[in-house]
Design a protein around this ligand. Structure first.
Ligand code: M6R
Length: 608
């Protein structure tokens, strides 16, 4: 998704902004640009393509300024092109705007502006903002921005400069993330902390409709009512190495291999093995409300939605608490049966997903209690929810979510354990679950040792056009997740199915060209899954089976077998997803795909 970086300070902001844009590349983009104030006016450069191309383009110009803004664009209104790339300049050449989000009423505004003679040079919604600010300007940029935004419907994170106020960036947000940061005699604005982490860990979070005014003298913030307010400075705890590849070929591979640690981090200080219980500081006080709620919902998108499906199964099986899972994008529009006696869990890695945020607003409007399960500390979802749990997976840079998924499921396991104990699960069973959770990092290490074998299998299947993933119970969401990973990064069509559903339709697709990934641990549906594999083999399908360590029988029927250690259903999805992550990774590498930044995708989807 689009990225914003801005700099005001004693040094040359151009390399700072360019480096920041590179650190935002992981979010996905198709064009980029930079604008700076050079004393005489605005200097601008934009390109379609990568930040490295922008760097090459500006290199001969030796651009230099203490005030600069930059942007990576992920096209929404208008094709990726130089004209549509940001920053957008007002007709008088004095204002430059970078924007994340969507202006929903841009067409009406554009028509009105055109009727007044304004000439647009792009197809974007953003250029309307440059025009409105230009019309409203009478010597004070922040006032002009405030007035311009009063006409606007939509979501935005914005950074704006004006040639007549050469030491200032004005920034604001609504529904799209934006932070400001304080360095030594230098200040920053960014849509993501990763962009400026090298320079500052002291961050200010802007709330909706607040305005930040950044000058060389510091940062001033104004409330939505235009009162000057003082904002807390938050200390970022993660390190720069966490947003670097550290010797791995891709962030995705680094993140897959970091899972023994990230899963441990998700549990650290939360597991009570002696008591056979768990403690989750952020929501312990809400457990009564969760137990006694009339309805419990999980809402999320994509991979987080798959984690939610596992949460639902665990809640119902172990805590005997009914709950439902809703796509966040559907929740808002389907008049959900939610009221003051409902609990809604919003699950999100980024904490910025627009659909999930909209679902939270919907639930809040209906007076439900909304809790968050998030990775990014201080993110919009973390702030919009009443209480919550962080998964502590650290920054996830690869667009395909991996470590966040296993940490989400780990946290959901802890939550289930806590609720199950309150609902009567014995201490003995609680202790067994704790032991299984404690062994997870070690077991994940064990699974990761099969990476080379998985890479070899990937070579055999990288030319497939379709894949089918089959699993039952908690492994059905794992099948969905395996299929999603493959689709996202290798562009191979893949579908996840509950294994027994195969005979109700998908079996028609099976022939020698269709690889099937069968998740077949030795649990209560093992024999049924073996029958499914036989059915596939009878139709010449090729089977990659995921089996329990020591299962020799499956070797006779599957073409390839990958093993995972025996596990309870609390930990099985976490172990089982790892070979599937690796399989999609190696297939994507074989196909020469851009693993960390797959086409058309964005790391956090901040538009509905
Ligand atoms: O940041 P979130 O967890 O809210 O993101 C939700 C989805 O956009 C995300 O999981 C997406 O499906 C990933 N690309 C999956 O790998």
């Amino acid at each position: 998704m689009c990225g914003i970086v801005g700099y005001v300070g004693k040094n040359n902001g151009v390399p700072v902004v360019m480096e920041g844009l590179q650190r935002l590349e992981y979010r996905g983009y198709d064009s980029c640009g930079i604008a700076l104030l050079n004393g005489g006016g605005i200097e601008l450069e934009k390109v379609t393509g990568k930040v490295s191309e922008l760097m090459q383009t500006i290199a001969p110009r030796q651009m230099k300024s203490g005030v600069a803004i930059g942007h990576t664009r992920w096209a929404t209104h208008g094709m990726p092109s130089r004209a549509n790339a940001h920053p957008h300049i007002s007709q008088d050449g004095k204002i430059a705007v970078v924007h994340n989000g969507i202006i929903e009423n841009y067409k009406v505004l554009r028509d009105e502006l055109e009727n007044t003679g304004y000439i647009f040079s792009s197809e974007t919604d953003t250029e309307v903002l440059a025009a409105l600010i230009c019309q409203a300007y009478s010597g004070n940029l922040e006032h002009a921005v405030r007035e311009a935004l009063s006409y606007v419907v939509g979501a935005y994170g914005l950074a704006i400069i004006h040639a007549d106020e050469p030491e200032k960036i004005v920034c604001t947000r609504k529904g799209a993330p934006l932070i400001m940061a304080v360095g030594e005699d230098e200040y920053f604005v960014a849509s993501d902390v990763a962009a400026i982490l090298k320079y500052s860990k002291n961050v200010i979070y802007l709330e909706n409709d607040e305005i930040g005014v950044i000058t060389r003298d510091g940062i001033k913030t104004y409330s939505s009512d235009d009162e000057q307010i003082s904002k807390k400075i938050h200390k970022i705890t993660f390190k720069l190495e966490e947003v670097e590849k550290s010797g791995y070929e891709h962030f995705m591979l680094k993140e897959i291999f970091s899972q023994p640690q990230t899963i441990y981090d998700a549990m650290r200080g939360r597991l009570l093995p002696e008591e056979g219980n768990a403690h989750l500081g952020g929501i312990d006080h809400m457990t009564g409300a969760i137990l006694h709620a009339d309805q419990r919902y999980f809402t999320a998108c994509g991979t987080s939605w798959h984690a939610a499906l596992i949460g639902e199964m665990m809640f119902e099986q172990f805590a005997r608490l009914p709950c439902e899972v809703e796509y966040a994008s559907e929740f808002r529009y389907r008049e959900p049966l939610v009221d003051a006696k409902s609990i809604v869990f919003a699950i999100s890695q980024s904490g910025e997903t627009a659909d999930t945020l909209a679902a939270i607003q919907e639930a809040k409007q209906r007076d439900a209690k909304v809790l968050g399960i998030c990775n990014v500390v201080g993110s919009s979802i973390a702030r919009e929810t009443e209480a919550g749990v962080y998964i502590h997976a650290g920054p996830e840079i690869g667009v395909a979510s991996t470590k966040a998924f296993t940490s989400q499921v780990t946290v959901l396991s802890l939550l289930t354990l806590k609720l199950a104990r309150l609902m009567g699960m014995s201490q003995e069973n609680g202790k067994a679950i704790c032991q299984s959770l404690q062994k997870l990092p070690e077991n994940v290490e064990w699974v990761l040792k099969q990476a080379d074998q998985i890479a070899e299998i990937a070579k055999l299947y990288s030319d497939a056009s379709n894949f089918l993933y089959l699993g039952r119970g908690v492994n059905f969401p794992v099948a969905l997740e395996g299929a999603l990973k493959l689709k996202e990064i290798s562009y191979i069509h893949a579908e996840g199915y509950p294994a027994a559903e195969m005979k109700h339709g998908p079996i028609a697709l099976i022939d020698e060209s269709m690889p099937i990934v069968a998740i077949a641990p030795q649990d209560k549906t093992y024999d049924k899954l073996i029958s499914n594999i036989e059915e596939v083999k009878a139709r010449k399908g090729r089977v990659i089976a995921l089996a329990t360590q020591g299962d020799e029988r499956i070797k006779d029927i599957a073409d390839h077998v990958l093993y995972v250690p025996p596990a309870l259903s609390f930990t099985a999805p976490i172990l089982n997803v790892i070979p599937l992550q690796l399989l999609s990774y190696y297939i994507a590498v074989e196909r020469g795909c851009n693993v960390d930044q797959p086409r058309n995708l964005a790391k956090s989807v901040t538009v509905e």
